[in-house]
Design a binder for this molecule. Structure first.
Ligand code: IVH
Length: 676
C-alpha cells in the first residue's frame, strides 16, 4: 500500500477521512463506498505506524485512547448549564405563552405572536463540548450546572461528534450544548448481547447512555452505540453575530455538529400545540427516546429581555408528554425513614413495566394521602411514572377491590430505631425524633455525604454504606476517613482491589470546595443553591457556623425557616464534633477570597485582547481580567487603556500603535491575574 509521502499529504488524508465520516454518520449521505473508505483508512493507519510523530489528535484513529482513566476530574463550565421549566398540560403551556407576552409588554415590547425554536426534548444525558480553535478540547457532563465531570476520553469515541469542526472562521473557544442518547435499536441489540453474556442490562436507553458515558475505560464506551444532538451553545469567544437561536442551530450544522431534523421554527401558541401533537404521534416510530417538546423564544434580543429565574431561562419551556401509566396490585404497604426522619408510607407493588421501567414501589407520601385516595392493601391501582421522579399511585380501581382488602395503619414507633414518632405542627408527615442515633437516618446522611454533588466519593454506594454501618465500622461521616483496607476487604463482595479503590476515592474526596462541604453536611433545607450562597457570602466555614439567625435572613434567598434550620444544625454539639473530626482528617478546600468591589486593581480599565496567548485561552484571560474589575472590549479606540498583544497580533495592534494606546504582553497579563 502506498504511504503518504509528506506530512501535508497525511494531514490532507485526515481531512478527507473526516469529511467522509461526516457524510456517512451525520448526513447519512456517503460520497464513497465503504470499501473505498476502508482503503483510505488503512493507508492512514500504515502511514501513522511509519510516522508516529505526524499523528494528530483529530485523526479518526485517535478516537479511542489506549489507557483507561483512574478517576473522573471536575471541570468548570465557562458558562453555566441551565435547566428548563416544565409544563405538564395545555393550561401551563398557555400560561407560559401569556406570561411571555405580558412580560415583554412591561418591557415596552408589544407583540401578539411569538416565534419559537421548537425542538424535541431528548431523553438522554446533557453534554457540553468545548472546542478550541475548532478542535474538540473537552467533553463534560452537566454536573451541578457550574461544574461537571470531564468525560472527554469517552466523548471522543462518539463518531458523530467531530474531533475537528468543519468550516472556516471558527471561534477561539466554542461551547456546544446538547444531549447524548442511545438510539432504541442500538439499545435493544446491546441488551440482548449483554443478556447472552450474562452481563447487566440497562432498564432504558437513557440509563444506557448515562452508564456508557460514566466508564473509565473509553474502549467500553467506544462499543456502545451513542449519538449526540446539539440544542444550543454556551460561551463563544469571540461572540457570534446571530440574531436568533435557530440561526445558531443552523450554523452548528455547517460546523458538522449534529442537530436533530425535528428542530424547526414556528409562530404562535396553536402552532406549538400542533408541533407537540405531531411529536407525540411520531414518538413510537422514532429511533430515539424523547419525553416532550421544548419551545425557546427564537429572537435573541427578546431572550435577553426576558432573562432567567434562578437556574432556568424565562424564555423557554419543556412541554412534557403525559406521564406514563399502568395498573398493578398493591401487595403490601410499609414505611421508610428518610434522611431527616420523615416517615413515608410506600406501596410494594406487583412488578409492572411503566414506560420501559419495572416499577415495584410507589410512594404514598403520607397518611392523609392514603386516606384521600382510599388506598388499601390488595387494591388494583393506576401507577404513574414521570421521568426521574419516584412512581406514584394515581388512583384506585375501586371496582376491582377484593373482599379481603386491608386498610393500612401508620405505626406509632420508628420501624428502625423504635423511637416514638411525632407529627410536627404544620407538617403532614410523621417524624422519627432520634436524628443520627437512628440507624436509618445515619445511613441516609452518610449516603448523602458521599453522593456525587456532595463529597463525590466514587464507589461508595448505598449498599456499601449499609454494610459499613451494619458491621459497626463507621458511625459518622468522619469515620470514613479512618477506614483501613483490611476492614473494607473483610466485607461481603469486597476484594482487596475494590477496597483499595474505595480508599483512593475517600482520600480523593478530601480535596473539596466549601459549597460542596456545606451541602454534604445535610443540613435540613440547605440544598446546593443555599450551600453556594452561604459559601459565597460568608467565605469561611467558621463564619457560617457562627452567624446569627437574623443576619442569615439578610442573605439572598434565605428565609426564616431555612435560617432556623441552619442555626439548629450548628447549635448541635454532635454535629460540630463531626465537623471537627472531618477537618482533623484532612478535608480541605481553597479559600474563597473576599474582594472589595470598589478596590479592584483594574477597576474602570478598558482592555482589548488580540493575538494568540500561550498560557491561557482567550476566555480565561477575559474572565480573569473581568474578575479584576476590567472591562474587556472587542475594538480599540482612544478610550482603550491597554491592548494585550499575544503572538500573531494583527490590525488591533497597529490600531493601538497609531492611537498611542499602551501595548502590553502576556507576561503583563499573567502578573495582573496573579496579583489578587
Ligand atoms: S435547552 C437554557 N433543549 O433537558 C436551556 N435542553 O431541564 C438549556 N434537554 O439538562 C437547556 N432536550 O439536557 C434544551 N431541546 C432541548 C433539550 C434539552 C433535552 C435536557 C437538557 C437539560 C434538561 C433541561
Amino acid at each position: 500500500m502506498d504511504l503518504c509521502r509528506s506530512k501535508k499529504d497525511y494531514l490532507d488524508l485526515v481531512d478527507t477521512l473526516n469529511h467522509h465520516a461526516q457524510k456517512y454518520y451525520l448526513l447519512d449521505d456517503p460520497e464513497i463506498a465503504d470499501a473505498e473508505y476502508d482503503q483510505l483508512y488503512q493507508r492512514l493507519l500504515t502511514t501513522e505506524q511509519k510516522h508516529p510523530d505526524w499523528v494528530t489528535d483529530v485523526s479518526p484513529s485517535q478516537r479511542v485512547a489506549d489507557e483507561p482513566l483512574d478517576a473522573f476530574t471536575q471541570v468548570q463550565h465557562a458558562t453555566p448549564m441551565l435547566s428548563l421549566n416544565n409544563a405538564f398540560d395545555e393550561a401551563a403551556m398557555t400560561a407560559f405563552y401569556q406570561r411571555l407576552l405580558k412580560r415583554l409588554q412591561q418591557d415596552g415590547i408589544a407583540m401578539d405572536t411569538l416565534t419559537f425554536s421548537a425542538e424535541p426534548k431528548f431523553d438522554g444525558l446533557a453534554l457540553s463540548l468545548r472546542y478550541e480553535h475548532g478542535r474538540l478540547a473537552q467533553g463534560a457532563t452537566r454536573g451541578d450546572g457550574q461544574t461537571g465531570e470531564d468525560i472527554t476520553h469517552n466523548v471522543r469515541t462518539i463518531t458523530s461528534i467531530p474531533l475537528q469542526l468543519a468550516g472556516e472562521d471558527l471561534p477561539d473557544v466554542l461551547e456546544i450544548r446538547g444531549e447524548v442518547v442511545m438510539p432504541k435499536d442500538g439499545f435493544k441489540q446491546y441488551n440482548q448481547a449483554a443478556e447472552q453474556r450474562g452481563d447487566k442490562t440497562f432498564a432504558n436507553p437513557r440509563n444506557a447512555a448515562a452508564g456508557s458515558l460514566r466508564q473509565l475505560d473509553p474502549k467500553i464506551t467506544a462499543q456502545r452505540p451513542l449519538q449526540f444532538f446539539a440544542y444550543g451553545i454556551g460561551l463563544s469567544e469571540p461572540q457570534g453575530t446571530f440574531s436568533s437561536h435557530s440561526e445558531i442551530l443552523n450554523w452548528l450544522k455547517t460546523l458538522a455538529i449534529p442537530v436533530n431534523d425535528l428542530c424547526t421554527t414556528l409562530s404562535g401558541l396553536n402552532a406549538c400545540f400542533e408541533y407537540y401533537q405531531t411529536l407525540i404521534e411520531k414518538r413510537d416510530a422514532l429511533n430515539i427516546d424523547i419525553d416532550g417538546a421544548v419551545f425557546k423564544v427564537d429572537d435573541l434580543t427578546l431572550q435577553q429581555s426576558l432573562g432567567f429565574i434562578t437556574k432556568a431561562p424565562r424564555w423557554a419551556i419543556a412541554y412534557k408528554f403525559p406521564a406514563e401509566e399502568a395498573t398493578t396490585i398493591i401487595e403490601n404497604i410499609d414505611v421508610q425513614v428518610g434522611r431527616t426522619g420523615s416517615i413515608t408510607p410506600v406501596a410494594r407493588l406487583k412488578p409492572v413495566t411503566v414506560g420501559g421501567v419495572t416499577v415495584t414501589n410507589a410512594t404514598l407520601h403520607n397518611e392523609d394521602e392514603i386516606k384521600r385516595k382510599d388506598v388499601r392493601i390488595g387494591d388494583t391501582v393506576f401507577v404513574r411514572r414521570a421521568g426521574d421522579v419516584i412512581p406514584e399511585i394515581v388512583k384506585v380501581v375501586v371496582q376491582k377491590r377484593p373482599e379481603n382488602s386491608q386498610e393500612f395503619v401508620m405505626p406509632s414507633q420508628c420501624p428502625v430505631c423504635g423511637s416514638e414518632l411525632y407529627k410536627p405542627e404544620d407538617e403532614a408527615v410523621l417524624r422519627c425524633p432520634a436524628g443520627l442515633s437512628c440507624d436509618a437516618q445515619k445511613k441516609h446522611s452518610i449516603k448523602h455525604f458521599a453522593s456525587r454533588k456532595a463529597m463525590d466519593i466514587d464507589g461508595l454506594g448505598d449498599k456499601l454504606v449499609d454494610q459499613l454501618i451494619d458491621a459497626g465500622l463507621i458511625d459518622t461521616a468522619a469515620d470514613l476517613y479512618q477506614l483501613t483496607e483490611s476492614q473494607i476487604s473483610g466485607l461481603e463482595r469486597m476484594g482487596q482491589k475494590s477496597a483499595q479503590n474505595l480508599l483512593n476515592a475517600i482520600t480523593h474526596s478530601k480535596k473539596t470546595t466549601l459549597p460542596r462541604f456545606i451541602y454534604a453536611l445535610g443540613i435540613r433545607e440547605v440544598g446546593e443553591a443555599t450551600a453556594l450562597t452561604l459559601a459565597n457570602e460568608l467565605k469561611t466555614l467558621q463564619a457560617i457556623q457562627n452567624i446569627g439567625r437574623d443576619e442569615l435572613q439578610q442573605l439572598p434567598d434565605i428565609g426564616p425557616v431555612v435560617a432556623q434550620k441552619i442555626r439548629v444544625y450548628f447549635n448541635n454539639e454532635a454535629n460540630n464534633k463531626t465537623i471537627k473530626a472531618l477537618l482533623d482528617n484532612g478535608i480541605h478546600w481553597p479559600a474563597i477570597k473576599s474582594i472589595d468591589q470598589d478596590r479592584l486593581p483594574l477597576k474602570d480599565t478598558i482592555i482589548v485582547l488580540t493575538g494568540k496567548l500561550s498560557q491561557l485561552t482567550r476566555s480565561e484571560a477575559k474572565q480573569g481580567l473581568q474578575n479584576l474589575g476590567a472591562q474587556v472590549t472587542g475594538s480599540v479606540s482612544k478610550n482603550t487603556d491597554y491592548v494585550v498583544a499575544g503572538t500573531d497580533a494583527g490590525s488591533k495592534l497597529s490600531q493601538a500603535e497609531s492611537l498611542g494606546v499602551t501595548v502590553v504582553d502576556e507576561d503583563w497579563l499573567l502578573k495582573q491575574l496573579n496579583s489578587l
